[in-house]
Structures are given as structure tokens and as C-alpha cells.
Design a protein around this ligand. Structure first.
Ligand SMILES: NC(=O)c1ccc[n+]([C@@H]2O[C@H](COP(=O)([O-])OP(=O)(O)OC[C@H]3O[C@@H](n4cnc5c(N)ncnc54)[C@H](O)[C@@H]3O)[C@@H](O)[C@H]2O)c1
Length: 277
């Protein structure tokens, strides 16, 4: 279980309880990583406090990791801001001496609307966080990994929406498909430095973001309740349950381990079989 002893891992958008980022860092810490929790911290006009990791929640996630026995720090990071990206990586290196693992997990997935109503601004907001943010973090994390030597691991949290279309999620689906293309190209360019780059494509997980999607799609598809909507979803998943944050976290830990040393450029479904290509 401690396959990652002494490694240093930074995960973006990991400052919300019950989010994929928190679960990923809990698992990486259990495998021996020292961990850097980062999140937006402050709400803005579009990213309201109900949908983001606030500074207080991020600090609470850090406390939880320390209670688990992990070496953990918290650093505010808006992935759209290149200066903040560089500062967060410098903070990780300042605290722990190196950076071995980057998990690009920050994402906006709570803006659902018909294509004909999507504004340029909202389209751009989703692409900025989900795709440009992953690019900026990868670029600067890879520079650090190359400078320190010894390779590294980058995992992009994509989605089932990286493989198939999803109603009323044009920007999200485009950003996640784009993230797979970015993963493949980054894998080619960073492979010679011993850095693997892979994506994970989870199906539905009832996180904060997932719960907003459930409310919207239950109503949109005419279900009497969210429970009825989820029961229908479970019936269409070969393994008959929705995803857990721990499922994605386990896949992440494997991709970061030596067991996955020869795996790069993959977009791996963690979907109970509902997505198979
Ligand atoms: N929950 C699901 O069903 C599901 C399925 C597939 C993929 N995903 C992906 O998993 C990732 C995590 O989502 P989650 O479900 O855990 O929800 P979540 O809301 O817990 O996590 C998203 C995080 O992204 C952060 N974020 C948003 N804008 C940011 C910015 N500009 N800079 C830094 N952080 C920012 C938020 O503060 C939040 O902490 C997302 O990329 C999402 O698209 C989720």
C-alpha cells in the first residue's frame, strides 16, 4: 500500500470535502506521499462559494489529511493564473524539496444549459479552468520535474464526457475531449524525460459538482426525484452502482506507481463499464 513513499504530490481543486481531489490526496498520502492541497479559495462572480473550495474548506481538508498522519500543506491556486501556478509549485518545492506528481483535477462542471443559450463568456470560463488550467499546471510542473530529474507523473482528471457527447454540457464536453488530446501530446513530449501523462475518465460521482448535475438532469429528464434519476443511472451501469471518489483515487495511485511505469498517453475509463471506448 505504500508504493509512493517520499514522493510529493500536488492536486488542483482539492479543497472540497467529498470531492475527487480530497479522495485522491487521501489515497496518495496513504501510499506515502507528502501532499499539497490547492484550490481557488475565493469566490468570484461566476464561481460562487457553493461550487468552489473556499479557503476555510481547503484548510479543513489539510487538517483532515494531517489527522490521517500525512505531511500536508494548503496553497491557494487559481489554475487560470500563471503566476499563481508558478507560486504554488514553488511553495510545494519550498515545503518538501521537490514535486513528483501533479494531478490536474480542478474543473467547472456545474454550468448546464442548452447549446443555443451558452454565452461566449460561460464557454470561455469552462475552457479556461478545465483545459487551459491543466496546460499551465502541466507546463510548470514538468519544468520542475525535468530540472530536479528522476521523471514524474501527471494525471489529468477528465470525464466520461471526454469520450461521448452529453446534453447541455457543450463547453464541459469539449474541454474534457480537449484534455485527452492534451494528455496524448504531453505524453509524447514529456516521455523522454521519464514523465508519464495519463487521463482518468470517471462516470458520475456524487460530489458537490455531481450533486448539482443530478438536480439538473433529474428535472431535465423528467424524473420525479434525484433518487429515481440515480436508480435509472445505476441500472444502465454494468457494475450497477455509480462511481465513488475512491475508485478514481485508486486508479490515480496506480498510475502514479512504478507498476504503471510503462503506461502513458492513456485515457482510462473508471466508469463501472458504462463507458467502454
Ligand atoms: N463528480 C463527477 O461526477 C465527475 C465525473 C467525471 C469527472 N469529474 C471531474 O472531476 C474533477 C473534480 O470534480 P468533483 O466532482 O470532485 O467536484 P468538486 O466541485 O469537488 O471539485 C472541483 C474543484 O475545482 C475547483 N476549481 C474551480 N475553478 C477553479 C480554478 N479556477 N482554480 C482552481 N480550482 C478551481 C473548485 O473549487 C472545486 O474544488 C473535475 O475536473 C470534474 O470535471 C467529476
Amino acid at each position: 500500500m505504500r508504493r509512493l513513499e517520499g514522493k510529493v504530490a500536488l492536486c488542483t481543486g482539492s479543497g472540497r470535502h467529498h470531492g475527487l481531489g480530497e479522495a485522491i490526496l487521501q489515497r496518495l498520502a496513504a501510499e506515502g506521499c507528502r501532499v499539497v492541497v490547492t484550490d481557488l479559495g475565493r469566490p468570484d462572480a461566476l464561481l460562487q462559494s457553493g461550487n468552489i473550495g473556499t479557503t476555510e474548506e481547503m484548510e479543513s481538508v489539510v487538517r483532515g489529511l494531517r489527522e490521517q498522519g500525512a505531511d500536508a500543506i494548503g496553497v491557494p491556486l487559481d489554475v487560470r493564473d500563471e503566476d499563481q501556478v508558478q507560486a504554488a509549485i514553488a511553495a510545494a518545492v519550498g515545503a518538501f524539496g521537490r514535486l513528483d506528481v501533479l494531478i490536474n483535477n480542478a474543473g467547472i462542471g456545474f454550468l448546464m444549459e442548452p447549446l443555443l443559450e451558452v454565452t461566449r463568456e460561460r464557454w470561455q470560463a469552462v475552457l479556461d479552468v478545465n483545459l487551459m488550467g491543466a496546460f499551465l499546471c502541466t507546463k510548470h510542473a514538468a519544468k520542475q520535474m525535468i530540472a530536479q530529474g528522476g521523471g514524474g507523473r501527471i494525471v489529468n482528471i477528465a470525464s466520461q464526457a471526454a469520450k461521448s457527447g452529453h446534453m447541455h454540457m457543450a463547453a464541459y464536453t469539449s474541454s474534457k475531449h480537449g484534455l485527452v488530446g492534451f494528455t496524448r501530446t504531453a505524453a509524447m513530449e514529456l516521455g523522454p524525460h521519464g514523465i508519464t501523462v495519463n487521463a482518468i475518465c470517471p462516470n458520475h460521482v456524487t460530489t458537490g459538482l455531481g450533486a448539482v448535475q443530478n438536480e439538473y438532469f433529474a428535472k431535465f429528464r423528467g424524473f420525479p426525484s434525484v433518487d429515481a434519476y440515480l436508480a435509472d443511472m445505476r441500472n444502465r451501469i454494468p457494475l450497477r452502482r455509480v462511481g465513488l471518489a475512491a475508485d478514481t483515487a485508486a486508479a490515480c495511485a496506480w498510475l502514479c506507481s512504478d507498476d504503471a511505469a510503462y503506461v502513458t498517453g492513456e485515457a482510462m475509463n473508471v466508469s463501472g463499464g458504462v463507458e467502454m471506448h
